[in-house]
Design a protein around this ligand. Structure first.
Ligand code: G3P
Length: 220
C-alpha cells in the first residue's frame, strides 16, 4: 500500500518525506487555502515546490466545473511537473474530462467519491486514482461506512481488473489507515498526525524505557 500525505503544508510534507516512507501528496483547494496559498501563479509555484520535495505523484485539483475549463486547467497543471496528477471532481463534466485527459496521457485523480457507482464511472473513464472520502462518510453515517465503501470498490475493481488505483482519502486516524490496508486499498492519503500515530504503542514505550534503564544499570 502506498502512503500519500494529504496536506499542502511544506513543513509537514518534508517531515513525512524524511521518514522515507512517503510515496506522494494530495492537496485540495481547502488545504491550499489553509496554508494561505492564493492566486493562480502562487498556487502553481506551490505545486512545483511540493514536486521538488517528494519523488512521487502530487495531486493538484482543478477549480473549474465545466468540461472546457477543466481540460484547460488540467493541461496547465500537468505541464508544471511530470509528477502532477490532475484532481477532478466526480461530476458529469469531470468524468468527460477524465476520459479526455487520460487519452492525452495525463494522470487524473477522481475526487469527492462517496459511492461504488461513482467509483465505477471513474474507472470506466480511465482515472489513474479514485478517491473515496472515508471520514466524511463516517461523519454522516456510522463509523466503518467509509472503510466498507473502500472494500466494495476494491472488490469491484478486482473483479473487472480495472487499472484505476483506490486512493482512500479523508483519513481521520491511524485505525483508518490500518483498516484500509486490511481491505486492500492501493493508496492511503492521510494527515501527518495519522501517519505518525502508526508509530505509537504503549508497550513499545514501556519496553524501550526498560531496555534503556537496564543498559544504564550495567553501564554506569
Ligand atoms: O484531500 C481530500 C480529502 O482527504 C479531504 O479530507 O479531512 O477534509 O475530509 P477531509
Amino acid at each position: 500500500m502506498k502512503f500519500f500525505i494529504d496536506t499542502a503544508n511544506i513543513a509537514q510534507i518534508k517531515e513525512a518525506n524524511d521518514l522515507g516512507i512517503l510515496d506522494g501528496v494530495t492537496t485540495n483547494p481547502s488545504l491550499m487555502a489553509h496554508e494561505g496559498i492564493t492566486g493562480v501563479e502562487n498556487i502553481k509555484k506551490h505545486y512545483v515546490e511540493i514536486c521538488k520535495i517528494v519523488n512521487g505523484d502530487v495531486s493538484a485539483e482543478v477549480i473549474s466545473t465545466d468540461f472546457d475549463n477543466i481540460i484547460r486547467e488540467g493541461e496547465e497543471l500537468a505541464k508544471l511537473h511530470k509528477n502532477i496528477v490532475v484532481k477532478v471532481p466526480m461530476i458529469k463534466d469531470g468524468i468527460k474530462a477524465i476520459k479526455f485527459l487520460t487519452s492525452k496521457g495525463i494522470k487524473t485523480n477522481c475526487t469527492l467519491v462517496f459511492s461504488a457507482g461513482q467509483a465505477i464511472l471513474a474507472a470506466k473513464a480511465g482515472a489513474t486514482y479514485v478517491s473515496p472520502f472515508l471520514g466524511r462518510l463516517d461523519d454522516v453515517g456510522t463509523a466503518g461506512d467509509g472503510v466498507a465503501l473502500v472494500d466494495q470498490i476494491v472488490k469491484i475493481y478486482r473483479t473487472y481488473n480495472y487499472k484505476t488505483q483506490v486512493l482512500a482519502a479523508s483519513i481521520r486516524s491511524p485505525e483508518h489507515i490500518i483498516k484500509c490496508a486490511e481491505v486492500g486499498a492501493d493508496v492511503v492519503t492521510s494527515p501527518l498526525a495519522s501517519i505518525l500515530g502508526l508509530l505509537k504503542h504503549p508497550l513499545t514505550d514501556v519496553g524501550l524505557e526498560k531496555f534503556l534503564a537496564d543498559y544504564r544499570k550495567g553501564n554506569q
